[in-house]
Write a protein that binds this ligand. Structure first.
Ligand SMILES: [Zn+2]
Length: 123
């Protein structure tokens, strides 16, 4: 009973201590990496010998969850509407307007960083 317990706890520690590089079997460094928009740092394993780099799955999944949680309240599906004289327009959702603190008649800057996005910047 006692031996069984000891063996189990040793096994639990194995993934943390055994940081041999899967490519060259050199000892890898454990480095915490900060990812943009994620609160928790991601654990990464880096090999100085061959340059192998890997993320620890559990911490990576946590970070991805945090990033998604931050993005979701800001993403709203809206329809482009036709205005007179072939111009196009878009209603601003009340929540968006409130969180940006903008009112009718206000001037904003619109930029197009690529073919899939346009950014409205509030002065
Ligand atoms: Zn290596």
């Amino acid at each position: 009973m006692k031996l069984e317990k000891l063996g189990k706890s040793l096994n639990d520690q194995k993934p943390k201590r055994n940081l041999a590089c899967p490519k060259c079997t050199a000892q890898m460094k454990e480095v915490k990496v900060k990812i943009q928009d994620a609160n928790s740092p991601v654990t990464s394993y880096q090999c100085d010998e061959c340059g192998y780099f890997d993320f620890e799955e559990k911490s990576m999944k946590k970070a991805i969850k945090e990033i998604r949680a931050k993005e979701s309240p800001l993403k709203i599906k809206q329809r482009i509407i036709k205005l007179s004289h072939n111009r196009l327009g878009m209603y601003l959702n009340r929540d968006v307007a409130r969180s940006l603190d903008i009112k009718g008649g206000e001037e904003v800057y619109v930029s197009v960083p690529d073919k899939k996005r346009f950014v409205v910047e509030v002065g």
